[in-house]
Design a protein around this ligand. Structure first.
Ligand code: MRU
Length: 354
């Protein structure tokens, strides 16, 4: 199978090209996103998803939008950025990338050509840095496990959630390249099934021994001694180490602690939000009832009249997290100190978007 890409700038620079992840694993189709409305819809509908990939998409998107603004770019680009950020509230990489592009536009607000040249370089840098960052995270992850380990995954934090390697799955993918053998157990991840549709697809194609399980089977698997570590990505990490990630992550962490299994969170520095003191400050996206009642089923599994609650993410308390693995190193509890030691340049809340 040909190598897939998650998100890139189109060769004509008039669009962002994405793999439509809502169609996986049944169809591989790419989309051209040419307008801010198309970008908003693609992020909101999870055609492109995963915190780093959303950030890269927003970076390219801001450049494409800027190129289409006829008059004064900056005021309209600011409005477009605000609009894009409203597509999904929890993954901080979205606002991080938009703010980075806006800062670049402000710093190069001379001629139109100068601004567009700088914006092109900036969005390409966001994408290139993501590759290097994920690779460094994966190297650090390899110091925590050994060949032969059973690894439980939740949601999808692989190459499909980034540009290459990904965060939570990067260690498995890099290890495989080096001849390590892992046994991956993938939570299917209700309700949008990122674990089934994306993670099992990615790992299986990479030649990793992969077993798909229902989310509710994870605890039994831990009791049976099949899991040596849990690997998850994250959408936002608060300054105290509380972690927002796909709904169900907290259950995995609680279960892991009960069974004495390390629970590792993988993230780039861009996912740490020092302006959030704790998880209480993180806005949790709530999505529609149809995702629980009918999406991905041949027929509805609950009546329309049944009330549903569908938070897309949950908060895992810092105390449940064995370590947070970043591109700069591995942080351990208490995270207020260890994260700041890794990122002294981002200490103050006012620097949160850097
Ligand atoms: O709703 P999604 O599919 O965008 O949620 C993604 C996750 O929760 C991932 O674990 C997270 O973004 C980390 S991706 C490297």
């Amino acid at each position: 199978m040909e190598k897939l890409f998650t998100v890139r700038l189109a060769a004509d620079e008039n669009a962002v090209e994405i793999l439509d992840q809502t169609l996986l694993p049944n169809r591989v189709e790419y989309l051209r996103l040419e307008t801010r409305e198309q970008l908003w819809e693609a992020i909101s509908e999870l055609r492109v998803r995963g915190a780093p990939a959303i950030g890269v998409c927003a970076g390219f998107g801001m450049y494409v939008i800027a190129g289409k603004i006829a008059g004064d770019i900056l005021p309209e680009l600011r409005m477009a950025g605000e609009y894009l950020v409203s597509s999904r509230p929890t993954a901080v990489n979205l606002s991080w990338a938009v703010n980075r592009m806006l800062r670049c536009a402000e710093e190069n607000n001379g001629s139109r050509e100068r601004m567009l040249t700088a914006l092109r370089a900036e969005c390409n840098a966001i994408s290139d840095e993501d590759i290097a960052t994920c690779r460094a995270i994966s190297e650090n992850g390899l110091t925590l496990v050994k060949s032969g380990d059973g690894i439980l995954t939740h949601c999808n934090a692989g190459a499909l959630a980034a540009v290459e390697y990904g965060t939570g799955l990067g260690t498995l993918l890099l290890g495989k390249e080096r001849g390590w053998e892992f046994h991956a157990y993938c939570d299917e991840t209700r309700p949008l099934l990122q674990g089934a549709r994306l993670t099992s697809f990615e790992l299986d194609h990479a030649g990793i021994d992969t077993t798909l399980i229902c989310d509710s089977a994870a605890s039994m698997l831990m009791k049976q001694g099949k899991i040596q570590a849990c690997f998850v990505g994250c959408d936002r990490v608060a300054a105290n180490g509380d972690v927002a990630n796909k709904i169900g992550t907290r259950s995995v962490a609680v279960n892991a602690m009960y069974h004495g299994i390390p629970f590792y969170v993988f993230c780039p520095g861009s996912t740490i939000d020092f302006s959030c003191a704790s998880g209480d400050d993180i806005v949790i996206e709530e999505r529609g009832a149809d995702e629980i009642r009918e999406k991905f089923f041949a027929q509805p599994v609950a009546e329309k009249s049944v009330k549903c609650w569908n938070p897309a993410f949950d908060i895992t308390d810092a105390k449940l997290v064995t370590a947070i693995v970043t591109e700069r190193g591995i942080a351990r509890y208490p995270y207020t100190e260890s994260l700041r030691e890794l990122y002294p340049d981002r200490k103050s809340p006012s620097e949160a978007t850097r």
